[in-house]
Each structure stands twice: as C-alpha cells, then as structure tokens.
Design a protein around this ligand. Structure first.
Ligand SMILES: C[S@@+](CC[C@H](N)C(=O)[O-])C[C@H]1O[C@@H](n2cnc3c(N)ncnc32)[C@H](O)[C@@H]1O
Length: 224
C-alpha cells in the first residue's frame, strides 16, 4: 500500500488556504473545477478528499457522496468539518489503487490535487472511468507541470526531501492529453499568476488577463 504521506502534514494542511495568496489560488482553482464538474446523477465519488476542503461543497451541492483518502489524519479533519455543517458522507480510508474493484458505479468522480501523488495515474484513471454511469464525468484538478507553481514545489522538495512535495509528480497539459482514460477529454486552465505574486489584487488582475503559463489544470473525461 502507498504510504499515507499526508498524515504528517494534516495538522497544518489548511493553513495555506487562509494565506492571502493561498486563498486566491484556491478561489480560482475551485471556481474552474466547480464550473466543469457536471455529473449525470447524484451518486458521486471524491478521491483524495484530504481535510474536506472540497467535500463541503460536494455535500452542500446535494451530492450523495463517497469520499476516499489514504490518510487517516486528513480524513479525520474532513469528518470533523462535515459534521460541523451537518452533512453525511460515506467515508472510505484506502489507497484508491487498491479498491478499484470494489467501488461500484458513480455519476461523477471528483478529485483535487490528489493524482499528483498517485503512482500510475493514467491506469488508475482509466479504471475509474469504467466506474462511471453513462453521461457521467471524471474530473481531476492538478498543479501543472513546467509552470511557475511546479517549479516552486519542486524547489521545496529539493530543499526538504522529507516534504510531501518530494512525492509529487506534476504533469503537463501535453502529457495529460496523451493519457488513454476514455471518453471525451475537456481541459481547463487556471492560476495564471506565479506563487511570488505580492497581493491578491495583483493575482486577480493576472488571472483575468490569463496570458501567463497556467499553474493549474482541470481535466474532465465524459462518458458517452
Ligand atoms: C494535496 S492533498 C489534497 C486534498 C484535497 N483534495 C484538497 O484539495 O485540499 C492530497 C490528498 O490525496 C490523498 N491521496 C494521495 N494518494 C492517495 C491514494 N493513493 N489514495 C487515496 N488518497 C490519496 C492524500 O492523503 C491527501 O489527503
């Protein structure tokens, strides 16, 4: 089983979301993913739910949700968060690669910044695609390879080989387009400002221009 590397960072994981730049990065990433996620029914799977940052939205949007994560510590935080909003989720602590035969069928599968950490993502995604009902969609959001954001994370991994970033593999749009997952692929881009941007206002101005390299990709495969 893949190591639950996020156990050791669960306590501080949410700190990034309340920083000025983390908050605006999260806003643009989630806006894109939420716009593109169009499941064909209510039964939905979230892969790599983490501390529940996106689980809350999925529950509040009314989906009948199963949430998987390999990290017990991250999932414990998600459970607390969802209890706080009175939501109900089927929790499943597991390595997604090890439960593919047991999953059943879903109208939508949603995953944010988790497949960077899943070995052989193309193979796992192709198996998840098979779990979709007709018209269903499989959506993943990922930090883009060869972008200012991937450079920052790779530098963090070089500085600290014990960091979770040392376990991440970041893919370019061209690499994702070559994956054989199934169905029709749609790609969305966001995060057009670099991690070094000084203020949220500057970040949002660059986001609106969308002329720099995208730091975040959303890939969606739709089942015919
Ligand atoms: C960067 S966090 C993202 C969490 C959440 N989706 C978010 O956007 O805040 C990546 C999550 O994926 C989980 N993960 C990594 N590999 C996994 C695997 N093979 N199976 C299930 N979960 C996995 C980690 O434990 C972690 O909680």
């Amino acid at each position: 089983m893949t190591e639950a590397i996020f156990d050791k960072v669960a306590a501080d994981y949410d700190d990034w979301y309340v920083t000025e730049i983390g908050n605006v990065a999260d806003q643009v990433e989630r806006a894109l993913a939420q716009r593109m996620f169009q499941p064909s029914g209510s039964h939905v799977l979230e892969v790599g739910c983490g501390t529940g940052q996106h689980t809350v939205w999925l529950v509040q949007a009314g989906y009948d949700l199963t949430a998987v994560d390999i990290s017990g510590e991250m999932m414990a935080k998600a459970r607390t968060r969802i209890a706080g909003v009175g939501g109900r989720v089927q929790w499943w602590q597991a390595d997604i690669a090890e439960i593919l035969d047991q999953l059943g069928k879903f109208y939508g599968i949603f995953s944010m910044t988790a497949f960077e950490f899943v070995p052989q993502p193309e193979q796992v995604l192709a198996r998840l695609y098979e779990c979709l009902e007709p018209g269903g969609c499989l959506l993943i959001g990922m930090i883009a390879g060869e972008s200012p954001w991937s450079e920052t994370y790779q530098e963090a991994a070089r500085q600290n080989p014990a960091s979770v970033f040392a376990h991440a593999k970041l893919y370019t749009e061209q690499e994702i387009r070559r994956w054989r997952v199934g169905g029709r692929l749609e790609l969305g881009r966001a995060l057009f400002f670099p991690p070094s941007v000084a203020t949220a206002a500057e970040a949002l101005a660059l986001e609106e221009k969308a002329t720099d390299v995208a730091g975040f990709l959303v890939a969606k495969w739709v089942k015919a």
